[in-house]
Design a protein around this ligand. Sequence first.
Ligand code: NDP
Length: 433
Amino acid sequence: LRRNPGEAEFHQAVREVFDSLGPVLRKNPRYVDAAVLERLCEPERQIIFRVPWVDDAGRVRINRGFRVEYNSALGPYKGGLRFHPSVYLGIVKFLGFEQIFKNALSGMPIGGGKGGSDFDPRGRSQHEIMRFCQSFMTELYRHLGEYTDVPAGDIGVGQREIGYLFGQYKRITNRYESGVLTGKGISWGGSLVRTEATGYGTVLFANEMLATKGQDLDGRRVTVSGSGNVAIFAIEKATQLGATAVAFSDSSGYVVDEAGVDLELLKEVKLVDRGRAKDYVDRRPGSRLVTDGSIWDVPTDVALPCATQNELDENDARTLLTNGVVAVAEGANMPTTPEALRLFQEAGTLFAPGKAANAGGVATSALEMQQNASRDSWTFEYTEERLADIMRDVHARCAATADEYGRPGDYVVGANIAGFIKVADAMLAQGVI
Ligand code: NDP
């Protein structure tokens, strides 16, 4: 805490992982002897830079850019860029720390990193976004490369922003290096299923958990917070599997649609028009917008928090449990507070932590890198089957590790220990670096 003052989210993420590791450290003192935990608390490299840009009124604006290259034991640094006014070093470090273990769990040869800026894209014109992305990449490019560091999207960074970032990288380096960014458009090096992968994967993981109890998603009520990339495709996959998505949200409030979310309308409002929750309600009879209270007040069988960190707290967990929730799967990173998590665990609710449940996104990014390296492009069906296999493997690995360490059904412990062992063994093999 003294080395990293004021970085509350980073402390929370580290504590959550380290709390799981007691049994593995007792069994393998070599991790302690080699100071693996201390090393894991210190990113390999942290880059903070000025991002100057000019707004449409001709005013010079300054934002702060970050890239935390956290751990490269398993491969090049890999993790998204977040553009949101709340971004500061503590957020980027928490996300980078989580990413190390998630990437290890995915089974792909990728290390952990994360980046972003306190730039707020909301209300900015397309030209302002482009100029910001170009300025951001004008500094960041020197740290990137397909064998070094490969960013992707996150909150506020979708295919449009990846396009502007890629264009600037190409212009500066004079290289068409497809593998330097993932989340690209299909016609210029992207992978089918990458857009859908995080949301789809989260739902597939939830279904795997339910299957251990002889249940599935068919006929279930599902609540999904957020209405961005992860949330929309979580709703899509849940609907395909026979569930009814009854609520979604954005930062202006939440929408209840008892008839089931109209996915085509939601995509049009959010992905095409870049509109707000209210625009959905205006066009969808029978739905309503709630601007106070919490989306978790809506009675549901399965809760999928897919917006942001610490969005589901103790009170929300109590309400969900009272309303009979059977499973929670985190599409977002660390959306559940530690107090809420404790309540779910005490109640025996199936609970999938983000580093396992949302690993499908980065895993499909690694599939995009494979396609770029072989100059190939796979079909939607083939790529989706690969994603489904990966999610089954991640689920099986977490479940088996939880069993092995005497915590059957505890996916938090399973994910933390399985991810840790893979990274720690690679770090030990590579010496004191
Ligand atoms: P998007 O920017 O596409 O969507 C984010 C959604 O969450 C928006 O609806 C946004 O509402 C809402 N939201 C964000 N911050 C807040 C907040 N502080 N309060 C209320 N609502 C908020 O991001 P993604 O869908 O890509 O990411 C969502 C989560 O999933 C993040 O935690 C991210 O780290 C995680 N994730 C994403 C992956 C990916 O592949 N994209 C991979 C793995 C994890 P509004 O538009 O009003 O701000």
